[in-house]
Ligand binder design. Structure first.
Ligand code: DAU
Length: 352
């Protein structure tokens, strides 16, 4: 099988999926990545010399390059992760989200359509999307596949638009597509702008832990390994033209997550819990901050037999341990543009 993965250097799930290079030595993998601020080739060091792995530095917004590489590689499967993913960044500069997420996805769909030219047997275009397309929940209820889209941020609106493009290519051209909408991922190798790695980094270096609002917003945390297994099962067994919601069944308030990180850092670094918790700083809330996300996983469970296997406590502890043991990786992604972003976003370098 020839598998084209987009966003393998920056997107935590894509990165994890590419570890399958070793497991599926008969398959050829091509990783397309634009190497933007969050992309770090170092994250793929353990597979980069595998004979069945190739990397191509391609920006999906550049249609000609996308067409060319897709027609050369001739994939059977495309797993499309690449996207601008950070909500806070989309509030500061929304246009780049349209370029990457909407134009980028549309270019890849068109390139696949041209390459496959109606010969769709054994072909799949997997589009990895987000639960944020469904908007926000109150204290009760869960997101599921039948809900209408109600995105709140430029990021989630751009992902919603990309999902619509994928569905349009399925309905209009018969392109063999499948969509997954997942909840918040976490695990090793996640860029430290997201809540969990940002807090681990700051807690372990004695910096403030900036909690938006009162910390009562709720997210459903999905361990990256469970996410990738779900994507793989949808790819192998999911129905064409369908959507599958993927969640970790681990709802936590942000404040609880930050306290759990403090607990793990305290244990692993042998530091008093109170001194870490004192770093928690309540800061101005994110504009339009969705209150709660939660996923009803009935469809993927009953149709494909997938379910999350890693508890939040176990996954978080492993994640904290990985970050503490890999300061070199963090240093490599936290220079230059990253520092400028932190300074601009948080208004002070102390969070970096
Ligand atoms: O639900 C899936 C989505 O999860 C993905 O589609 C997005 O790409 C991904 O970024 C994530 O979106 P969130 O906005 O939920 O993730 P983030 O890590 O930015 O924030 C998680 C929660 O923590 C959110 O309620 C905002 C809060 N937060 C975040 C940061 C960075 C803080 O309180 N302080 C912070 O410094």
């Amino acid at each position: 099988m020839r598998i084209l993965v987009t966003g393998g250097c920056g997107f935590i799930g894509a990165n994890f999926l590419l570890k399958k290079v070793q497991q599926f030595s008969d398959s050829q993998f091509l990783n397309l990545d634009a190497l933007t601020y969050a992309g770090n080739p170092l994250s793929l060091r353990d597979i980069e010399s595998a004979p069945n792995y190739q990397f191509a530095h391609v920006d999906l917004a550049d249609y000609e390059s996308v067409r060319q590489i897709v027609s050369e590689f001739k994939p059977d499967v495309i797993v499309h992760f690449a996207a601008e993913t950070h909500v806070d960044r989309s509030l500061k500069s929304p246009l780049s989200f349209l370029r990457s997420n909407v134009d980028g996805t549309t270019h890849l769909l068109e390139a696949a359509r041209e390459c496959w030219d109606g010969n769709y047997a054994g072909k799949v275009f997997m589009h990895v999307s987000t639960d944020e397309v469904y908007g926000e929940l109150g204290h009760t209820g869960k997101f599921h596949e039948e809900l209408p889209y109600r995105p709140s941020s430029p990021y989630s609106a751009s992902k919603a638009a990309s999902d619509h493009m994928v569905n349009a290519w399925f309905k209009s051209f018969g392109l063999p597509t499948k969509i997954t909408n997942c909840s918040n991922n976490y695990g090793p190798l996640q860029f430290p702008e997201k809540l969990i790695p940002l807090m681990i980094r700051n807690a372990s270096t004695g910096k403030p832990l900036p909690v938006y609002g009162d910390g009562s917003n709720v997210r459903d945390w999905l361990y990256v390994g469970d996410h990738v297994e779900a994507i793989w099962q949808v790819m192998e067994k999911g129905k064409l033209g369908e959507t599958y919601c993927i969640g970790g069944e681990s709802e936590r308030t942000n404040l609880d997550v930050v306290k759990a990180i403090c607990r793990s850092v305290s244990e692993l670094m042998n530091q008093p819990m109170e001194s870490l918790e004192r770093l928690i700083t309540f800061v101005t809330d994110r504009p339009g901050h969705d209150f709660r996300y939660a996923i009803d996983t009935s469809k993927i469970k009953s149709e494909l037999g997938w379910q999350p296997t890693v508890t939040f406590e176990e996954g978080l502890h492993q994640t904290v341990k990985w970050y503490l043991e890999n300061p070199g990786w963090i240093d490599s992604v936290t220079s230059g543009e990253y520092l400028r972003w932190v300074e601009e976003h948080y208004g002070a370098t102390e969070h970096a």
